[in-house]
Design a protein around this ligand. Structure first.
Ligand code: ZN
Length: 294
């Protein structure tokens, strides 16, 4: 009894005293499990498979992956990135996604603490990670992620501490319109060169779609980001997206990449949104300070 009581006090102190540490470690593990789930989502949904059933199997030999071989990050290192049954190599990317998602959630917990806003940011970051994976692999941004995400962003805006429904909806609409205009303009400009772009594998019948550079997926994603972030942080997110996108395009050209092969823009939007979620207000304030001092 005394031991139980002591343990209780010990746990109590542990939670009360370095509360932040406990919560951050919790967020780290939650993030690694979330990342593991996102790997499954990004693999299965574009292939039209269910995300709940069946359980994970080796994509090479089809053997069921045991729970102890499915521990985020750890299993990858224990098995040295190979299937226990057939030895098929699993990409390090799976472990990397788990690690990055874990660090993102830990960062959010450190910055904003536990509460509804933490749940909102977990949802937002999960959607962004999903965008990056499916857009890089399949040139797809799922509607359930972009449109579903926009609805989620609006719902979270009404909850305590949220940005408010008017800011959420109006920013989503403005971002949608801006990207739609960019699409129309770039289509007009690039119209002179039909068949210029080389459509990626699996999208050969949509060559025209890759002519303008801005797909419908990007437009809906911009609206989703606006719904979550509100006006100033969205401006920062889009600025980072266009800047990093342009720099990557230039770097790819210098490295000798064929100009006709497009680069997906979704990952840059997702990156900009994630950076803005952490330091968007700081960048915005800095911008205002510099702007006002002139
Ligand atoms: Zn296998």
């Amino acid at each position: 009894m005394a031991i139980l009581l002591q343990t209780g006090i010990f746990l109590h102190e542990k939670i009360m005293y370095p509360e932040e540490t406990v919560l951050t470690v919790f967020a780290l593990f939650l993030g690694m499990i979330t990342g593991s789930f996102l790997n499954v989502v990004a693999w299965r949904i574009p292939r039209g498979e269910s995300i709940v059933y069946p359980r994970s199997r080796c994509t090479s030999c089809g053997v069921l992956i045991r729970w102890y071989d499915n521990i985020p990050i750890l299993s990858w290192f224990i098995l040295r990135g190979r299937c226990r049954n057939c030895g098929e190599h699993f990409s390090f990317r799976y472990a990397l996604v788990e690690l990055i998602t874990g660090l993102l959630l830990a960062g959010i917990m450190l910055k904003y603490g536990a509460g509804i806003l933490f749940i909102r940011d977990v949802v937002f970051l999960s959607l962004l990670v999903c965008v990056i994976l499916t857009d890089i692999d399949h040139w797809i941004i799922l509607d359930s992620v972009s449109i579903g995400g926009a609805v989620a962003g609006i719902v979270f805006s009404i909850l305590p501490g949220g940005i408010g429904i008017i800011r959420s909806v109006s920013t989503a609409a403005a971002a949608f319109l801006l990207f739609f205009l960019i699409r129309q303009l770039s289509k007009q400009i690039l119209k002179k060169k039909p068949g210029y772009a080389i459509a990626p594998e699996g999208h050969e019948d949509e060559t025209d779609e890759f002519q303008g550079g801005m797909g419908w997926g990007d437009i809906k994603l911009a609206a989703m980001i606006g719904a979550f972030l509100g006006p100033s942080a969205t401006v920062v997110a889009l600025f980072i997206a266009f800047l990093t996108g342009a720099l990557t395009g230039i770097a790819a050209m210098i490295a000798g990449r064929n100009r006709r092969i497009p680069i997906p823009f979704g990952p840059f939007l997702a990156l900009g949104a994630a950076v803005s979620l952490f330091i968007g207000q700081e960048i915005w304030s800095l911008y205002l300070t510099i702007g006002l001092s002139y």
